[in-house]
Write a protein that binds this ligand. Structure first.
Ligand SMILES: *Cc1c(COP(=O)(O)O)cnc(C)c1O
Length: 336
């Protein structure tokens, strides 16, 4: 008899040999150069106090789907605060940013439709596009001219279409050409699904994201996360009343899952208040970006052009990256 699970060991060996093997680690002793806690809110006393108070009032779990027993007044308060902050009619919070992306794409698009997606989109957008059943056309990273050419030729074959992109790319830290892309969605009557996971709390005068920073007011499906700069956990969608109601009735990753837990909901609500009360946290982030840029130049550290707090230092291989991370850890820096 052969062990039906023995292939796992074989695969793991191959992963390790290719220099891709990783394991979770906990290194609070190191200076953080790797987390998404851009504003240092995950340890903010106001978030902690809000989370504790919410647990004491509502318990540790939401206990059900929002459409059944899992809806709390806290959810409504957070959603109103997000809508107010984003200047939209409504907002909806999801169990994570990943779930928001998968749910939105699945709800808004189907087999007769077209998804036009950047090659460097986050995995959750890629999976959402695939699960929607729509035709997915992936354009070379940032190449809006390619999008223009493709739409001119192919748009008419599909019922609906959506442009789908990160605003700030999670691995390369560069920015999507949103002005050009959103001019194309306007011209070709497409939906724009913009993932601001790394723009939230980072760009915009109160951390609303790159879209707001660029002064773009086009109607769009704005997705963000509560899990990064907002120091909590969860995802959100901001948009029109019709969009929000539709998602509440058609997004499976919102309907068939338990409501966001009280602690995360309350912490996120507190984080939004901090964005308004302590805007200096955003200023400090950009000062750190500028300092890093200056020091990198001073030390001839080769970096890709720095456009966001995500800085790319090109290395020759994944094995080299793991080796460099270990060397940095030995010197007190956490960049896993
Ligand atoms: C992190 C990330 C997500 C997922 O957000 P979570 O709240 O961590 O699930 C989605 N999109 C992008 C671009 C991200 O970087």
């Amino acid at each position: 008899m052969t062990d039906p699970y023995s292939w796992l060991e074989t695969k793991l060996t191959a992963i390790a040999r290719a220099g891709w093997y990783r394991q979770p680690q906990y290194r609070p002793d190191l200076a953080d150069f790797g987390s998404n806690d851009y504003l240092g809110l995950a340890h903010h006393r106001a978030l902690q106090a809000a989370a504790i108070a919410a647990i004491q009032q509502y318990g540790t779990g939401a206990t059900g789907s929002r459409l059944v027993t899992g809806h709390l007044p806290l959810h409504g308060e957070l959603e109103q605060a997000i809508a107010h902050w984003q200047g939209t009619a409504g907002a909806l919070v999801f169990g994570s940013g990943y779930l928001a992306n998968v749910g939105v794409l699945g709800a808004l698009l189907g087999p007769p439709d077209l998804v036009v997606a950047d090659a460097y989109n986050h995995n959750s957008l890629q999976m959402g596009a695939r699960l929607s059943g729509a035709t997915v056309w992936v354009y070379p990273h940032g190449d809006w001219q390619a999008v223009a050419a493709y739409l001119a030729q192919h748009r008419r074959r599909y019922r609906r279409w959506a442009l789908v992109t990160d605003s700030v790319f999670s691995m390369d830290g560069d920015l999507a050409p949103l002005r050009e892309l959103l001019a194309l969605t306007a011209e070709h009557e497409g939906m724009a699904i913009i993932d601001e996971a790394h723009g939230t709390g980072v760009f915009g005068d109160r951390g609303q994201g790159l879209v707001q920073h660029l002064g773009i007011t086009a109607p769009l499906v704005h997705i963000g996360t509560l899990s990064k700069a907002l120091g909590s956990f969860g995802g959100y969608v901001a948009g029109s009343t019709a969009l929000i109601s539709y998602l509440q009735n058609r997004a499976p990753t919102w309907i068939y899952t338990t409501g966001l837990d009280p602690a995360a909901t309350a912490a996120a609500r507190a984080a939004l208040a901090i964005l308004h009360q302590e805007p200096e946290r955003g200023d400090r982030l950009w000062q750190n970006v500028a300092l890093f840029r200056t020091l990198a130049q001073h030390h001839d550290l080769p970096t890709a052009p720095i456009q966001s707090p995500i800085v790319v230092v090109p290395l020759s291989s994944s094995a080299q990256a793991l080796h460099t991370a270990a060397a940095l850890a030995a010197q007190g820096y956490y960049a896993p």
